[in-house]
Design a protein around this ligand. Structure first.
Ligand code: INI
Length: 158
């Protein structure tokens, strides 16, 4: 039978350049996401020199910072990390919604992988569960998605 061409990313070391854009809000959670993201990139063979951490005030500002990182053409992928935790007002919906929408817009406008590692959760407990305890570490997952996307987009060029 004729074999079917399959293009996919590999999880073997690549020399991509990664920017990690981190919101400062809810730092106790977000710093664990950052640790998870950096640790997983390093464990997959990414050189420290190929990782840049950029700090943004809050999740609302993350898309603009990611946009600047994308337009600089210095990076092959950008990992956005933050935590938006629901409070008693509709503020959460606006911050989480604009952040999510902005990140997918930048990814498509600049044709660059933007990994979504911004927690949007109902409680601090849910945030803790997703930043290195019982529900894994979403920073690590986002970094792995960026890593795979760098490899995949290179494979698609070949
Ligand atoms: N920013 C966050 O990153 N997480 C939050 O949970 C949050 N809440 O709850 O308000 C938050 N707000 C700040 C926002 O991102 C902007 O920094 C601020 O509104 C100034 O533009």
């Amino acid at each position: 039978m004729k074999s079917i061409e399959t293009i996919e990313g590999k999880m073997t070391p690549n020399d991509g350049k990664y920017a990690i854009v981190v919101g400062r809000w809810n730092a106790f959670v977000v710093e664990s996401l950052l640790e998870g993201a950096v640790d997983s990139l390093l464990r997959h063979g990414v050189d420290e020199d190929n990782i840049t951490i950029i700090r943004a005030p809050g999740a609302f500002e993350i898309p603009l910072v990611v946009q600047r990182a994308a337009s600089s053409e210095k990076y092959d992928a950008i990992i956005a990390l933050g935590a938006v935790i629901r409070g008693g007002t509709p503020h959460f919906e606006y911050v989480a919604g604009e952040c999510t929408k902005g990140l997918s817009q930048v990814s498509l406008d600049f044709s660059i992988p933007v990994a979504f590692g911004v927690l949007t959760v109902d409680s601090i407990e849910q945030a803790i569960e997703r930043s290195g305890t019982k529900a894994g570490n979403k920073g690590e997952e986002a970094a792995m998605s960026a890593f795979e996307m760098v490899s995949l987009l290179k494979a698609m060029e070949a």
